[in-house]
Write a protein that binds this ligand. Sequence first.
Ligand SMILES: N[C@@H](CCC(=O)N[C@@H](CS)C(=O)NCC(=O)O)C(=O)O
Length: 168
Amino acid sequence: MAFTLYNAPQSTCSQRVRFVLNAKHLPFEEVKLALLAGDQLKPDYLALNPNGVVPTLEHNAAVVIDSSVIIEYLDEIAPEPESFTPSDPVERAKMRALMRFIDEMPAAAVRIPTFNLAFLPRFAAMSEDEFLAFAESKPLRKEFMLAMGRKGSTDGNGCGTRPDASHL
Ligand SMILES: N[C@@H](CCC(=O)N[C@@H](CS)C(=O)NCC(=O)O)C(=O)O
C-alpha cells in the first residue's frame, strides 16, 4: 500500500492522521505544506482538495480528504494490527458522535487562537483590500476570516465556543 499524506506539522487535523498511520505501522510519504505561505491554496493542491485545507491522503490512485474521513478510511482498509472502530453498532455510533463533536467544538475553537497567534502578524501587514482578496481565496474559511477580521477577534463572532464534552 502506498500512502502520501499532504499535511502540515503544526496542524491538529494532520496530527490525527499521522497518529493513526503510525499506530497502524503504515509507512507513508509526507508532503509538507507551508500554510502561512498559502501552499494549500495553490492550483495543484486544490485539484486534490478543493477545500484548500490539510490534510489530504493519496492512497494509490485514490484521494481521500478530511481528517475524520481519512482516519475512518484507514481503519477500514487496514484493520490490523488493531482496529479503532467498535464492532457493536451502538458503540460505533458513540465513536462517530465523539468524532463529530471534536470536529464541531474543539477543532472549531482552536481556530481562533491559531488565527490570532499565527496568522495575524501577516494580516496586519496587509491592506484591507489585500486581506479581503485573501479571505475570498479560501474556499472553506472565507466567512471565518471575514468574521475574525484583519485585526483579529477573541471569539470569531460566534465561530467558536468553549468545548464541553461532559455529556459524551
Ligand atoms: N474538517 C477538515 C478541516 C481541515 C482544516 O481546517 N485544516 C487546517 C489545519 S488544521 C488548514 O488547513 N488550515 C489552512 C487554512 O485555513 O488556510 C479536516 O478535518 O480535515
